[in-house]
Design a protein around this ligand. Structure first.
Ligand SMILES: CCCCCCCC/C=C\CCCCCCCC(=O)SCCNC(=O)CCNC(=O)[C@H](O)C(C)(C)COP(=O)(O)OP(=O)(O)OC[C@H]1O[C@@H](n2cnc3c(N)ncnc32)[C@H](O)[C@@H]1OP(=O)(O)O
Length: 197
């Protein structure tokens, strides 16, 4: 079987419509949900991926492999590496396009082993959109932003309505999350208190 996948994106696309309020290059992107396995602080064995916005519609993410992430002794599990890419790619879609979307397809190429203790530097690009389909790809460099490429990924995210999460997920927890975000947004805007709550 050939290592080379088909053309990317696989269909003709429009340039990504980056949201006018998307965070600017250099902005640190916070945890989107404390209990998220990819970025949350409340998941003991989670990946705790951290991201900042890069230049030219990119997101730069970092993830350090711990013993909790092993497959073979001393080496990262491939499925966990795929998870790190899902998070990094999803963060680029969510933060730059500000459109709710879910992963439809995720393809990973594992090119070099990733040892425990190493840090993967993931650079994600928005490649384009076709209707609800959002194409993104990423390279994961070992131990430095310009280190050897250990893993690459390509994904299709599909834009969904917010009801995707309320219908299929935990709507009460979502409401709490939305309230906390709104409070944070108001605090950032200097309007901590509602006049008419
Ligand atoms: C207001 C926002 C503000 C944001 C602020 C920033 C906050 C931070 C943001 C974010 C950080 C997030 C980081 C998290 C990252 C992790 C993400 C995940 O892991 S998501 C969980 C795993 N994924 C699922 O659970 C999906 C399960 N699948 C589904 O629900 C459906 O299959 C879905 C929605 C993907 C599609 O279903 P349909 O019925 O809505 O639509 P149909 O018509 O089937 O597909 C639409 C188009 O996409 C193509 N498509 C769909 N799946 C495909 C596939 N696997 N391969 C190829 N094409 C596919 C179809 O062929 C169709 O294309 P044609 O429009 O006809 O050209």
């Amino acid at each position: 079987m050939s290592r080379v996948s088909g053309p990317w994106p696989p269909v003709s696309v429009e340039p990504p419509a980056v949201h006018p309020k998307a965070p600017s290059p250099g902005t640190e992107l916070g945890v989107h949900f404390d209990e998220c396995f990819g970025c949350g602080d409340e998941v003991d064995a989670g990946l705790r991926l951290r991201s900042i916005v890069g230049e030219g519609h990119t997101v730069l993410s970092k993830f350090t492999v711990t013993p909790a992430h092993q497959g073979a002794p001393g080496l990262a599990h491939g499925g966990l590496l795929a998870c790190a890419f899902d998070e990094a790619l999803g963060s680029a879609v969510g933060n730059l396009l500000r459109r709710p979307a879910v992963t439809g397809k995720l393809e990973t190429d594992f090119r070099r082993p990733v040892p425990v203790g190493s840090t993967l530097h993931i650079e994600t690009r928005l490649d384009g959109t076709a209707g609800r389909k959002i194409y993104v790809s990423a390279d994961g460099h070992l131990d430095a932003p310009d280190g050897p490429v250990a893993v690459t990924a390509r994904a299709l995210f599909v834009a969904v309505g917010f009801e995707h999460f309320t219908t299929h997920g935990d709507s009460e927890a979502l409401q709490k999350l939305a309230d906390a975000r709104e409070k944070q947004r108001r605090a950032q805007d200097g309007q901590e208190w509602e006049i008419n709550p």
